[in-house]
Design a protein around this ligand. Structure first.
Ligand code: ATP
Length: 356
């Protein structure tokens, strides 16, 4: 049996609470299915700045290159001091490991305050270019201020970037309900979104089993609120995907219900929840760990398929069942999703359900 080498990067603020919760659950599931995991805790974020003099030390980057995947807790980079050693690690990790597809599912569960029943969609967000000025340059940042009156923000769209994220979305649609919607604004961004749309259209003949349609991004913002059940897989450019996935989280109980997995052509996966480090609730033990736990589960499912590790696939299936049962338990689940529990009670319930 091969051993999976998995990094643990707690991140900041609530990351210090929800990442250990996710690891505890994954350990229990791995034990249940006899999956061998070599866990590698690695420094990152504000604590790492104190202990290693950098928010993303070389030691962490070097070790990540040797791993199968890792759990990345939310990063509170907005609170970092200014300085060359206090950088936001996200763009570097996503770029360096070519994690160009950010897979963000949205699913409704009973009694937790969802605005609709029956929502089950996935937004695949391009992760490494687009309107994110810290992501689309080799050197420097793609915002410029030629004088005090003017700021220019640059958006980068490439054929390669568009095509590869579209392919990831087609593949995902094929495994699900075989419906892919590409979201854009080519009525205005005729070249940028136009290129993204061209690349989506080019791939469609390779996937005759997938029903393809497109929606303009502003219409999509409205349709997500009115009829989210009509979507399966949605693929879009970086900034549109970032905004729409937070909107989608709002439909199903908020950011604590918004997991994510970053993947690419390579053979590593990074579990990263959609939400930020929530400094407003950090340290109180009340953060909802669901998004981080589900991100972790998605990583093991992905690794199970990519490494042909049956145990990891079974482990992910057990985690799914145990987490769904815990969500149905109002005493266990957290306050943001109409529960009376906290991070610890939800985690304990998932572990209990795993061992049932
Ligand atoms: P970022 O820009 O880094 O994504 P953000 O500005 O979107 O961060 P978050 O840190 O995600 O902000 O928090 C937004 C709100 O959602 C806050 O009120 C926070 O407490 C809440 N929130 C985020 N994650 C969770 C969670 N896991 N459990 C409960 N509440 C959460």
């Amino acid at each position: 049996m091969t051993t999976l080498r998995i990094g643990i990067l707690d991140g900041d603020d609530i990351g210090l609470e929800i990442v250990p919760a996710s690891v505890q659950i994954a350990r229990a599931a791995a034990e249940l299915h006899g999956v061998s995991i070599d866990w590698q805790p690695l420094p990152i974020g504000a604590r790492s700045l104190e202990t290693h003099g950098h928010t993303l030390p070389q030691l962490t980057l070097d070790t990540l290159k040797t791993l199968d995947g890792w759990i990345l807790g939310p990063i509170g980079h907005r609170a970092y001091p200014k300085g060359p050693n206090a950088i936001n690690p996200h763009p570097i990790l996503r770029k360096q490991f070519n994690l160009f597809a950010n897979v963000r599912p949205t699913r409704s569960y009973p009694d937790i305050g969802c605005l609709h029943d029956g929502v089950d969609l996935v937004i695949v967000r391009e992760n490494n270019e687009g309107f994110q000025p810290d992501r689309n340059m080799l050197v420097g940042n793609a915002e410029f201020r030629p004088n005090d009156e003017v700021t220019l923000s640059m958006r980068v769209i490439t054929r390669t970037g568009s095509s590869r994220v579209a392919r990831a979305a087609f593949e995902l649609a094929r495994q699900r309900r075989k419906h892919l919607t590409y979201v854009h604004k080519d009525t205005v961004f005729k070249l940028g979104c136009g290129m993204f749309v061209e690349e989506c259209k080019k791939l469609a003949p390779e996937y005759p089993d997938v029903l393809v349609d497109d929606v303009i991004v502003d219409t999509m913002a409205m349709r997500l609120v009115r009829d989210p059940q009509s979507f399966d897989v949605i693929v879009t450019t970086n900034m549109f995907g970032d905004i729409l996935s937070d909107e989608a989280a709002g439909l199903v109980g908020g950011l604590g219900m918004a997991p994510g997995l970053c993947i690419g052509d390579g053979d590593v996966a990074m579990a990263q929840a959609t939400h930020g480090s929530a400094p407003d609730i950090a340290g109180r033990g009340i953060a909802n760990p669901y998004a981080m736990i589900e991100s972790t589960r998605m990583m093991f499912e992905w690794l199970g398929h990519s490494r042909k590790n049956e145990g990891a696939v079974r482990m992910a299936a057990s985690m799914s069942r145990a987490t769904t049962e815990a969500l149905a338990d109002a005493q266990a689940r957290t306050g943001d999703i109409r529960g009376k529990g906290n991070t610890a009670s939800f985690t304990a319930a998932v572990v209990r359900n795993l061992r049932k």
